[in-house]
Design a protein around this ligand. Structure first.
Ligand code: A4P
Ligand code: MG
Length: 165
């Protein structure tokens, strides 16, 4: 079974509530979280510099029989349900759900690029991911802990979200 990791971020409204609701709504669509990182407070990377601080988590999910595109569709549905409006790229959002890693799978499709192309360069992804896997690797075999230090500030903010049973 490939290990599948999703990155979730929120920087508007009830951020912690939005992250927990996203985990719960994903589970209802068959994308069940089996482990959650701590919640990290992170400075915005890219996009408008005056946007609010983010909360970020990484979750490991069991996609069951779902394909990567099925999981992307579920993620987009949950983003819509939580009221995300897409306007500014890298701009503020109620919730953003990205597929980070799907075992050793590589996909260059712009609609679904796996691994997420910038994940290893960003502290808001790498630090939560290390909560769940102390030595993650990219599909090309590179160890993330041996890559240049990821950009951005991140500090632990809260304990892991509750995981649906
Ligand atoms: N897409 C392609 N590959 C994937 C994938 N692996 N997972 C497509 C999810 N979506 C993927 O995404 C744009 C398009 O990417 C979608 O049509 C999807 O089919 P989006 O969610 O509409 O826009 P976005 O999130 O603004 O773009 P993108 O490129 O995903 O942005 P990033 O790189 O994820 O950056 N700073 C902090 N501190 N914390 C954050 O969470 N997030 C971003 C978003 C920037 N700065 C941040 C944070
Ligand atoms: Mg995104």
């Amino acid at each position: 079974m490939p290990r599948v990791f999703l990155g979730l971020g929120a920087n508007l409204g009830d951020r912690l509530g939005a992250l927990q609701q996203a985990v719960d709504l994903l589970a209802r669509r068959g994308v069940r979280t089996v482990a959650c990182s701590r919640v990290w407070a992170t400075a915005p990377v890219g996009g408008p510099t005056d946007q609010p601080e983010f909360l970020n988590v990484v979750v490991e999910v069991d996609p069951g029989e779902l394909s990567p595109v099925d999981v992307l569709d579920a993620a987009n549905d949950v983003e819509a349900e939580l009221g995300r409006v897409r306007d500014v790229r890298w701009g503020p959002r109620t919730i953003d759900i990205d597929i980070l890693l799907w075992g050793d799978l590589r996909s260059d499709d712009p609609r679904l690029t796996i691994p997420h192309p910038r994940m290893h360069e960003r502290a808001f992804v790498v630090l939560p991911l290390l909560d769940l896997d102390p030595d993650p690797r990219l599909p090309d075999g590179r160890r993330i802990v041996e890559l240049p230090a990821p950009a951005g500030e991140a500090r632990p903010y809260a304990s892991p979200l509750s995981v649906p049973t």
